[in-house]
Design a protein around this ligand. Structure first.
Ligand code: NAD
Length: 789
């Protein structure tokens, strides 16, 4: 055999990672007591267990304690008991514990990696080189945050006892993303791993024992959906942090509505991988392999939709097929393996079902000609071409090694296709022209955008999505916010007001209707759709005027106008500042009119009413000044990239303003939303709506683009519910009585909009100003830009 023949005959020999240490660990521990509560190992109260198996062989790995509601009760009590001392510990004390966890994990790095691959099926190269190092970095990074908290977040308190529920695709990494920021901020934790992958969490709990984590600060309870639901519904928990499917995320949103629990949801995705014709195609192919076949495609941010420019589509697909044929499907512990088994038979069945359905709907599904191991839940990497935008493979999260491919002609079409999804987690943009990539990145509705790269993560950079990919961020500064109690100054509990009397009249021609203050939609004063109005009375019951009775249809029109307004979100921050200053200036010219109106409608003294107007003007000034100062940041993760944490508007925000302080309350909510470039549909005070309708003129004189501010008067409860259900509203802020807030939270699940409510309490309006409001008006998009050759 000559050298060339030898070269062609070369094949991979198996290179298995040793598993003896993991086998010894599995054999040596008593899994019948695998709940870690109050620093002790316990059996489930009813002694139930569940099996966890090796997905490459179907063999049993361990029988693990299966927590029930009774165990969750014990775990929450332990976390509650530990909270006062842990939250009062100095940042340095907490930093030492976090660092000790990181160091202990480093010492057991290999064991963690092998256990993760055994339990989940992911290739050892991934668990060894990505999952475990990133998890360790998370703890060490957050040690620093624990110590910097007082300086960076002065006066902020921890959220309290946190219930954390995680999925099976990155068991240890998701645990780290949850536990590290919670401990850094002084929260205590009840965490439930996914039922398919409990092992590394058990090893982690052992690490906590050794690293000196005080008893009860970290509680880890194994179990399934029932245990998860018990955590979600437990009244002793202050915050729920969930990572998992959008379906369960919606259940949790509903279950926590009205409970006052803080909530973050990291859900599914259908992320676009966009290849422009000027991309380095070979690099893009390698990126794509990582984008969709990393962890067998069981990745929330998997680049599962390939959008490739028409001019290079055939060449690119040919390269992808060649590369797919070389992917090695095999045993997870073999260091040569690229593709391992899926986590479980149920997951394999689901992926097969979706591929069959996609093919029925017209997709052409191609797989490389390869054998898969005889046992285990393997699915060959699959390429679907001819995929119509409505095909199930283009719309549904498959969560498997399946790539759906579409082509586009120009940049606009690429953006449109990329955004044609109900998710909004991540996207990847490939072009050698950085100007083009950075032009496209802000237009993508996704929380993370990788330029010429994919699947890059770091503890210092926030990760999380928009729309049905959930809300909240993990990692970085934004991630810490999720574990701090809210900082708005609370006001009194809001009492229900009796609904204002309808001025029952429906003949649009009547004299009374002409006197009625109209709605303000798309920059115009318009009559309400139903032509009804409601009476506005003084506190003593005297009729002072009428306003339009807005309906579902009016809200819909207002949302359309807000959505259509591009001039405001696309205006420069300086331009927005200027308009907010005009609003302040024009309001100031009418101080006495507004003060008189407040006196008339609320019965306040002239002095109090005038002070309210003056504080409103000052507030507009403040947010005008902040419009070009509440900026994003640049992170420098330990890779050759810069990460631009850009501040973007949330989109269309619905605002339900309070009855008390009818002008200041309204301005305190409207101004930060506008400052950050959102467009607004505002439902003003029910009892003093004329304060809002008097603003129409001020708005008209202040160069506010049509559609940036829309005002619909009417019954708060009814209009809040319409806004909550509307899938084109991206954010909703409500200051109203408790049941209106709770209902809005429960009804917001359609598009998982970001909802903030006062939970039935008002705010202390004179002091209700600051970055907390701007943060709520902002999405942070992390754009990763590599540098170097
Ligand atoms: P899943 O929603 O079925 O389960 C996630 C967790 O929720 C598990 O621990 C499960 O036991 C628990 N659970 C199930 N029903 C529950 C209920 N009614 N109440 C409370 N808890 C309940 O998701 P999965 O199949 O384990 O994970 C895959 C999903 O996770 C995918 O959709 C993926 O995109 C998503 N994910 C998202 C991110 C992110 O950061 N956005 C990261 C990883 C995974």
């Amino acid at each position: 055999m000559n050298i060339l023949e030898r070269y062609h005959a070369m094949d991979y020999a198996p290179a298995p990672e040793a598993r003896s240490e993991a086998d010894a660990w599995l054999a040596g521990r008593d899994f019948s007591k695998s709940l870690f509560i109050a620093g002790e190992w316990r059996a489930a109260a009813d002694e139930k267990t569940f099996d966890t198996e090796d997905p490459s062989s179907g063999k049993l790995l361990a029988k693990v304690s299966d927590a029930s509601a009774a165990d969750i009760e014990t775990a929450v009590a332990a976390a509650r008991k530990a909270l006062p001392k842990w939250s009062a510990a100095s940042g340095y004390e907490r930093a030492k514990v976090l660092y000790a966890i990181g160091r202990a994990m480093q010492r057991h790095q290999r064991l963690f990696a092998v256990l993760e691959s055994l339990d989940n099926g992911k290739p050892i190269r991934e668990s060894r080189d990505i999952d475990v190092p990133l998890a360790i970095r998370h703890f060490i990074h957050h040690a620093g945050w624990a110590q910097s908290l007082d300086r960076e977040f002065p006066g902020r308190k921890p959220a309290g006892v946190v219930g954390q529920i995680i999925p099976w695709n990155f068991p240890l990494l998701m645990l780290a993303w949850k536990i590290a920021p919670a401990l850094a901020t002084g929260c205590t934790v009840v965490l439930k791993p996914a039922e398919f992958t409990p092992l590394t969490a058990i090893l982690f709990a052992e690490i906590c024992e050794r690293a000196g984590v005080p008893r009860g600060v970290v509680n880890i309870v194994q179990g399934g959906p029932e245990a998860g639901a018990a955590i979600v519904n437990h009244p002793g928990i202050d915050k729920i942090a969930f990572t998992g499917s959008s379906e369960v995320g919606k259940i949790i949103r509903k279950a926590t509505a009205g409970s006052g629990k803080k909530l973050s949801l990291e859900l599914g995705g259908k992320s676009a991988f966009i290849v422009f014709e000027d991309a380095d195609l070979d690099s893009a192919v390698e990126g794509l392999v990582d984008g969709i076949w990393f962890n067998q495609g069981q990745v929330c941010c998997a680049g599962s939709r390939l959008l490739v420019q028409e001019s290079v589509a055939d060449a690119f697909i040919a390269k992808v097929k060649t590369r797919m044929s070389r992917l090695r499907v095999g045993a997870p512990l073999d260091k040569n393996t690229d593709i391992g088994p899926l986590v479980d038979k149920t997951q394999l069945d689901r992926v097969r079902r979706l591929v069959e359905e996609g093919a029925k709907q017209g997709a052409v599904c191609w797989q490389p000609d390869q054998d898969v191991p005889e046992t285990g839940y393997y699915h060959l990497p699959t390429l679907a071409t001819g995929v119509a935008p409505a095909n199930i493979l283009a719309q549904e999260e498959v969560f498997g090694p399946v790539l759906a491919t579409m082509s586009f002609r120009n940049t606009e079409e690429a953006v449109e296709l990329a955004n044609n999804t109900r998710y909004g987690l991540a996207a990847s943009v490939w072009s050698e022209n950085v100007n083009l990539a950075l032009h496209v990145a802000p237009q993508l509705k996704a929380g993370v955008v990788w330029v010429n790269g994919t699947n890059m993560f770091d503890a210092a950079c926030g990760f999380g999505g928009y729309r049905e990919s959930g809300f909240g961020r993990e990692g970085g500064r934004e991630g810490l916010e999720e574990y701090l109690a809210s900082s708005e100054p609370h006001g009194p509990v809001i009492k229900p007001v009796s609904a204002p009397k309808a001025a029952a009249r429906d003949n649009g021609e009547s004299h009374a209707i002409d006197r009625t203050a109209k709605l303000f939609i798309g920059g115009k004063q318009v009559r309400p759709d139903g032509n009804y109005s409601i009476a506005v009375l003084t506190p003593k019951g005297k009729l002072v005027g009428e306003v339009g009775l807005g309906s579902r249809k009016d809200i819909r029109d207002a949302v359309s106008a807000a959505r259509a307004c591009k001039a405001w979100p696309e205006a420069t921050a300086y331009n927005r500042a200027q308009v907010l200053y005009y609003l302040a200036e024009n309001l100031s010219g009418r101080t006495e009119d507004f003060a008189a109106r407040i006196v008339e409608l609320t019965g306040a003294s002239h002095k109090v009413a005038k002070a309210e107007v003056e504080t409103s003007i000052e507030r507009l000034f403040y947010y005008a000044g902040m419009a070009d100062k509440f900026e994003g940041r640049v992170h420098q993760p330990p890779a050759r990239t810069v990460t631009l944490a850009l501040h973007e508007p949330v989109g269309v925000i619905g605002i339900v303003a309070p009855d008390e302080a009818p002008l200041l309350g309204l301005i305190s909510l409207l101004a930060p939303a506008l400052a950050m470039g959102n467009t607004v549909v505002l439902v003003p005070s029910t009892t003093a709506p004329l304060v809002a309708t008097d603003l129409y003129q001020v708005i008209e004189y202040s160069d506010v683009p049509a559609g940036a501010i829309n005002i619909v008067t009417g019954h708060t409860a009814e209009l809040a519910a319409v806004l909550a259900k509307h899938d084109d509203v991206d954010g909703l802020w409500i200051v109203a009585e408790a049941d209106i807030c709770a209902r809005a939270e429960a009804e917001s699940t359609g598009n998982l909009k970001r909802v903030w409510t006062g939970h039935g309490r008002s705010l202390d309006w004179p002091t209700a100003q600051g970055e907390a409001f701007l943060r709520r008006a902002t999405e942070v998009k992390n754009v990763w830009v590599p540098y170097g050759d």
